[in-house]
Write a protein that binds this ligand. Structure first.
Ligand SMILES: O=P(O)(O)OC[C@H]1O[C@H](OP(=O)(O)OP(=O)(O)O)[C@H](O)[C@@H]1O
Ligand SMILES: Nc1ncnc2[nH]cnc12
Length: 184
């Protein structure tokens, strides 16, 4: 089963995937889709406030953050990693649980990334916001390093995230029952 939708002017079929017996989501995977990454970045930038630095969460937000940073004139972008790497120094780590993952994950930043955000106008971007857990973790990370969050943007606001008035998004993505009907 697929959910057909138009995103940033492009038609796509998103396959339905089981989260629990009575909750399915339509998978939106930016990887492999240059066309939609570029188009979504353009549309989000039209709605974006002035900013200095973009931050996203590893991993599906990365191509979007890169492309928005590039189209905005090669602005810097930062990726909060899901694991610490040996080349990251003085790492700060926060736990996160997203709708697609059955275990607690972490998001972490090294010293250099934290320094790059101190006192700067930070635009948080992600491909999807669903439970908002990943976004909340990014907000904690930015606040903890003295960044000034000027916007929170996503391509798709999934489920209840569409009711939020603190995020900017291009489309609403419903969640589904096991028979493929939209959950009200
Ligand atoms: O609002 P939430 O419930 O936190 O869900 C949104 C997050 O889920 C997805 O990442 P995911 O955890 O699936 O990891 P991935 O990008 O590495 O696939 C997506 O890219 C967001 O970061
Ligand atoms: N519908 C979705 N597709 C891909 N990743 C997601 N993360 C949260 N919701 C998602």
């Amino acid at each position: 089963m697929d959910y057909k939708m138009n995103i940033a002017g492009l038609d796509r079929n998103l396959p339905l995937c089981k989260v629990t017996d009575d909750l399915y989501i339509a998978a939106f995977i930016l990887f492999n889709d240059v066309e939609i990454t570029r188009a979504a970045a353009t549309e989000l930038l039209k709605k974006a406030p002035e900013f200095d630095v973009i931050i996203t969460a590893e991993s599906k937000g990365i191509p979007l953050a890169y492309e928005m940073a590039r189209q905005a004139g090669n602005k810097p972008y930062i990726v909060a990693r899901k694991g610490s790497k040996l080349y990251m120094q003085d790492v700060v780590t926060i736990e996160v649980r997203s709708i697609t993952t059955d275990h607690v994950q972490t998001l972490c930043l090294g010293h250099d990334e934290r320094e790059a955000m101190d006192g700067k106008r930070i635009l948080i971007v992600d491909d999807v916001i669903s439970t908002g857990e990943s976004l909340a973790t990014l907000e904690q990370l930015v606040n903890s390093v003295g960044g000034n969050i000027v916007g929170k943007m996503t391509v798709l606001a999934e489920g209840n995230a569409a009711k939020r008035d603190d995020i900017t998004y291009l489309n609403v993505l419903p969640v589904f029952n096991a028979d493929g009907t939209i959950k009200e």
